[in-house]
Write a protein that binds this ligand. Structure first.
Ligand code: MG
Length: 412
């Protein structure tokens, strides 16, 4: 059953809230030239990629359409439907105000964190594409311009179920030589055969040795041909994470990601400050507020926000700015289609402290077919100079891979 939220009244209307609508602020009444336009509709279509990608389109009365993408998650399309009445009639060029407007209006659905922020992120990406097209400027220009002509991409790699050190090293070799990446990531929370009880988060010494063997095999195989990060997916206790990091200090580890669960900042900070191995975290928290303590407490060496989940392009720029006050680099987590991947790359060129953007779909086969343009070439994304994001959905491919029951977007 598809529920239509657009006809519901504003559930927050009875409360006194900071009213950031254009109507109240006099924004929609004071328009001229290219600002004389308003949002007429917002639509979503889910595509069955290696994750269920939620594509978003924002329509205007000028016939210009912006395309974005939200991180996957159950309920995201419904939440975007719920936002429609808060967007229709608004001026799409007020990207920053509309973000705050949606956070206010969606407070009942939970807009401090979680899928509501994810849904708002997808709208923000579409608004950047739309505003760029209206103003005839690439999206990065809306974020302050370029630091670099191409943004580095790291390839998230998988070496099959066996996860023995040599199969990881073989895959690293293949991805570097055949696919042309100079930056990789491998999972380090893989079974070693020595586990007794994974629920207690404690690593036995043979498990630590197995992980060190993987890191040694991969880093020594690729040598200086590629940087290699390792992801632990929030698996270990603080003590085990420290023991693991300590034993990896002799190897060329780009970063060790999420060795401990994301909730306890004290443990996160202690692990990070106990080792010279760079520790990355951030994909599980939302908005700049979620990243503030990680940065202020210097609980990470590298911050890893997921742009179409954390709050969108502008919010990621704000997180990067906050990170830069602690001289902390940004490695954007990313499991998106080419749409949000390109949007992350626009952010990546607009901030000084970008390390790389993740690519998580090298085994999918048709990832790049979703758009008409080339996106990743030889491990880098060249930033397009076309207005907006500079990518165009191939609607035949969207239709071919739509999740069952989804409908294709309307024409502009
Ligand atoms: Mg991760």
């Amino acid at each position: 059953m598809v529920r239509d939220y657009s006809t519901l009244h504003d559930p927050n209307a009875e409360y006194t809230m900071r009213d950031l609508s254009g109507e109240t602020m006099g924004v929609t009444a004071d328009r001229g030239g290219p600002r004389d336009l308003e949002i007429t509709d917002v639509q979503t279509t889910m595509v069955d990629g290696n994750f269920p990608w939620t594509l978003v389109r924002v329509y205007t009365d000028a016939g210009v359409v912006g395309t974005g993408e939200a991180y996957w998650g159950a309920g995201v399309p419904e939440l975007i439907d719920r936002m429609r009445p808060f967007l229709v009639g608004e001026n799409p060029l007020d990207v920053d105000r509309l973000f705050e407007h949606l956070v206010q209006k969606m407070s009942g659905e939970g807009s401090i964190g979680g899928v509501t922020v994810t849904a708002i992120s997808g709208v923000d990406v579409a608004l950047h594409d739309l505003a760029g097209k209206v103003l005839d400027a690439p999206a990065y220009q809306l974020l302050g311009g370029k630091y670099r002509d191409r943004v580095r991409v790291y390839c998230d790699c998988h070496a099959g179920e066996e996860a023995d050190p040599e199969s990881n090293a073989d895959e690293a070799e293949r991805v570097v030589e055949e696919l042309g990446y100079d930056a990789l990531k491998f999972d380090l929370d893989v079974p070693s055969g020595h586990e007794k009880d994974r629920a207690n988060r404690h690593l036995r010494n043979p498990e630590v040795e197995h992980k060190v063997d993987i890191v040694e095999a991969v880093t020594e195989r690729v040598g200086d041909r590629a940087d290699v990060a390792f992801d632990c997916h929030w698996t270990f206790s603080g003590g085990s994470a420290k023991r693991l990091a300590n034993q990896l200090e002799g190897y060329d580890v780009w970063w060790l990601e999420d060795p401990v669960p994301p909730e306890n900042h004290d443990v996160q900070r202690e692990v990070t400050q106990s080792t010279s191995v760079p520790i990355a975290a951030g994909e599980n928290v939302y908005r700049k507020h979620g990243h503030r303590r990680l940065l202020e407490e210097q609980a990470v060496d590298i911050i890893a926000p997921d742009m179409p989940k954390v709050g969108g392009m502008r919010e990621t720029r704000k997180i990067a700015d906050m990170a830069d006050t602690y001289y902390t680099p940004v490695a954007m987590h990313n499991v998106a289609s080419p749409v949000a991947t390109m949007a992350s790359a626009h952010v990546g060129t607009a901030i000084p402290n970008s390390l790389a953007v993740e690519y998580h779909s090298y085994q999918l086969g048709w990832w790049e077919d979703l758009v008409e343009e080339d996106v990743i070439e030889d491990g880098y994304i060249e930033i397009p100079e076309d207005p907006g994001l500079g990518v165009t959905l191939d609607m035949d491919v969207v239709e071919e891979h739509m999740v069952d029951g989804e409908e294709l977007f309307d024409e502009a």
